[in-house]
Design a protein around this ligand. Structure first.
Ligand code: ZN
Ligand code: ZN
Length: 242
C-alpha cells in the first residue's frame, strides 16, 4: 500500500505547473513590448493603458495563480502530512497487527503444548491408577497369604505344643507306669516280706502270734514255747528231724 502511494505523492507535490505559467507570461510581455514602440502616441497611450490593465490583470491572475499555487502547496503539504501521518498510523497498525498475530501464534503453540502436557498427565494418571489397583490386589493377596501363613504357623505352634505336652504326658505316664510297676513290685516285695515276717512271727502249730519263741534247728521254723507238740521229736511244719 505504502509503495503504491509514493509516486502519486511525487506527482502532486511537483511545482511544474506554476513554472510553466511564469515562463509563458515573460514571453508575451516581451512580444507586446516590441509592438509598443512601433504604434502612434494616442494609440500608444491607449495601448499602454490597456497593457497596464492587462498587466494588472495578469498580475492579479499571477497573484491568484501563485496564491492558488501556495494554497495548493499548502494543501499538498497538508495532504502529504496527512498521508505521512496515515502512513505512520498504518505502519504502526501493521506492526501492532503483526505483533498481535505473533502473540496469537505463540499463544496457540503454547495452548497446543499445554494440551499435550495435559494429555500426558492424564495418561500418567490412568497408568498410576492401574498400578495402584495392581498393587492393591497384590497387597490383598499378600495379606491373605500372610494371614494363611500366620494361621498355619499358629496351628503348627499349637500342634507342636500339644505334641510336646502329649509326649511329656506319655513320658510322664510311662514314668509313672514304671514307677507304678516299681511300686507294685516293691509293694509285692513288701507284702511278701510282711507275709514272711508275719509267718516268721507266727507259730506253725497254733497259727497265732508267737509267744516265747522257739526256733527249730536246722529248718528254722518258729513255735510257741507252750506248743510243745510242734517241735518235739519232729518239726510239725516240715516234718524234719529235730
Ligand atoms: Zn503256738
Ligand atoms: Zn520245720
Amino acid at each position: 500500500m505504502l509503495i503504491n502511494k509514493l509516486p502519486l505523492l511525487e506527482q502532486t507535490q511537483s511545482p511544474k505547473p506554476s513554472h510553466k505559467t511564469k515562463l509563458h507570461f515573460e514571453n508575451t510581455s516581451y512580444l507586446q513590448g516590441e509592438k509598443f514602440y512601433k504604434q502612434p502616441l494616442v494609440q500608444k497611450q491607449k495601448r499602454q493603458l490597456s497593457i497596464m490593465k492587462s498587466q494588472t490583470e495578469i498580475k492579479k491572475q499571477i497573484q491568484s495563480i501563485t496564491d492558488d499555487s501556495v494554497s495548493k502547496r499548502m494543501q499538498q503539504s497538508k495532504q502529504q502530512q496527512e498521508f505521512q501521518s496515515v502512513d505512520k498510523l498504518q505502519l504502526e497498525f501493521e506492526s501492532k497487527y503483526q505483533e498481535q498475530n505473533r502473540t496469537i501464534e505463540d499463544l496457540k503453540l503454547e495452548n497446543i503444548k499445554l494440551k499435550m502436557q495435559l494429555e500426558e498427565q492424564e495418561q500418567q494418571i490412568i497408568y498410576l491408577k492401574i498400578i495402584n489397583s495392581d498393587l492393591r490386589q497384590q497387597i490383598e493377596i499378600s495379606s491373605t497369604d500372610i494371614q494363611i501363613k500366620r494361621i498355619e504357623q499358629e496351628y503348627k505352634d499349637t500342634y507342636r505344643r500339644m505334641d510336646e505336652t502329649l509326649r511329656k504326658a506319655i513320658d510322664e505316664n510311662y514314668e509313672s507306669q514304671i514307677k507304678m510297676k516299681n511300686l507294685q513290685i516293691k509293694s509285692q516285695q513288701l507284702e511278701q516280706f510282711t507275709f514272711m515276717f508275719k509267718q516268721q512271727l507266727t507259730c506253725k502249730f497254733c497259727r497265732k502270734e508267737l509267744h516265747n519263741t522257739i526256733t527249730v534247728i536246722p529248718c528254722a521254723h518258729n513255735y510257741c514255747q507252750r506248743c510243745v507238740s510242734g517241735y518235739v521229736g519232729r518239726c510239725f511244719a516240715c516234718n524234719d528231724d529235730v
